[in-house]
Design a protein around this ligand. Structure first.
Ligand SMILES: [Zn+2]
Length: 397
């Protein structure tokens, strides 16, 4: 574990000498600024270093010309308790993801809990426990939005009201429980939406024995907020069905690492053809049978930019601002008033690309030099990425 002692951010931090400032916002992916002022963990100003330096005494970080972007958001994880996953019997996986640039995660259901309760009282209790536990404990400082109950037959609107009342804000992947038919899923997704709970659905073939097959008709009828792993988890729907999903609704198009890469590329291109790249969001769908991938989000970014030939500055938005907007989060954008969840990254050493965007376009993984969450430095040079060419440094005090 690499959780530092500091729990409160410095009153003021000046980040200067930023080589490339990537906003996370598809409407303006690159910002014309080389410095950020952070006050009490929140982005207070964005501009020129020599001007922001007048704000007063501060911790100073020299970005050494690395890029700064919002911390990455993994839209699809399956946590259980703390920093342990029983799926691969591994400890410290969330802290490892921090070293892959991930600062926020969204649970798609705490499905890997051994002996997971499937009765309605039990599944509600588990969701409330997970929501509470991850609110109280952030491995490595990562913000994990958890407490995502798996829908089972027999749930009533009152159950959704109870969950909302208790502070639960999500439902887990529809289709992992006994609710698999379109009409039944639609009714429950509707109750969830009415009570302010965000929904996602399993799309494609079963992930592991015991999981289900969900086709485009079920997804469109259920109408969840997010088309969970549109590229399968891992078995994908045929591409004509993926196209129907992109065309047939305006919901989030989630592409995951532990899915079918070919189908993921197809879905991303379909979003562009529809003029709707703002719907594309990224996840890992891990821990899973395929394992745990600390660099999973970076790998999907490199896949989409390198093999898919999508604009690398857009791909950054898929992993940050798009997810922020579709998920209603406050993090994921470089904007005044947003939490200072920041990723310092650059082209890795010996990359053929001259900066992070060129490196991504060539399919290289960026090198991470620092990760900040709520203004607190949570990781310096990543222990997992290839070494960055431009290492940020705390130069004062
Ligand atoms: Zn799934």
């Amino acid at each position: 574990m690499h959780a530092p002692a500091a729990q409160t951010p410095p009153e003021r931090t000046l980040i200067r000498n930023i080589g490339l400032l990537l906003s996370g916002d598809l409407n303006q992916p690159l910002l014309d600024a080389d410095a950020i002022l952070v006050e009490n963990g929140v982005i207070a100003a964005i501009g020129a270093g020599r001007e922001l330096a007048d704000a007063g005494p501060a911790q100073v970080i020299d970005a050494n010309s690395s890029a700064v972007m919002p911390g990455l958001i993994d839209s699809h994880v399956h946590p259980v308790f703390g920093d342990w996953t029983p799926r691969q019997n591994q400890l410290g996986w969330i802290d490892s993801f921090l070293n892959g640039g991930v600062t926020t995660m969204i649970s798609a259901g705490e499905v890997h809990l051994p002996g997971r309760p499937k009765d309605i009282v039990g599944l509600k209790a588990l969701a409330i426990t997970a929501q509470r536990a991850f609110s109280n404990f952030r491995p490595g400082g990562v913000k994990l939005h958890a407490g995502a109950p798996i829908l089972e037959q027999g749930m009533t609107e009152q159950d959704f009201a109870d969950l909302a009342e208790a502070g639960v804000t999500l439902i887990g992947e529809v289709g992992l429980g006994t609710v698999r038919a379109g009409e039944e899923a639609q009714r429950m997704v509707g109750w969830a939406r009415k009570h302010g709970l965000q929904s996602t659905i399993h799309t494609g073939g079963p992930s592991v024995p015991g999981s289900s097959y969900i086709d485009k008709d079920v997804v469109l009828e259920a109408d969840p907020d997010i088309i969970g792993h549109i590229n399968g988890g891992h078995t994908a729907l045929p591409v004509d069905q993926i196209r129907c999903l992109c065309e047939g609704c305006q919901r989030g198009i989630e592409i995951v690492h532990n899915g079918n890469e070919r189908a993921g590329l197809y879905a991303a291109r379909a979003a562009y053809e529809l003029g709707q790249p703002d719907r594309v969001i990224l996840g890992t769908d891990s821990p899973a049978g395929s394992g745990v991938q600390p660099l999973g989000i970076l790998r999907v970014m490199a896949l989409l930019a390198g093999v898919g030939e999508l604009p690398p500055e857009h791909v950054v938005c898929f992993a940050t601002g798009n997810t922020s907007r579709m998920r209603g989060l406050d993090s994921g954008l470089i904007e005044v008033g947003r939490p200072a969840d920041l990723l310092f990254a650059a082209e890795p050493q010996h990359s053929a690309g001259g900066d992070i965007l060129q490196a991504l376009a060539m399919g290289d993984l960026p090198g991470i030099g620092m990760v900040m969450i709520d203004g607190i430095i949570r990781c310096h040079r990543s222990r997992h990425t290839p070494p960055t060419s431009r290492l940020p440094e705390v130069v004062a005090p």
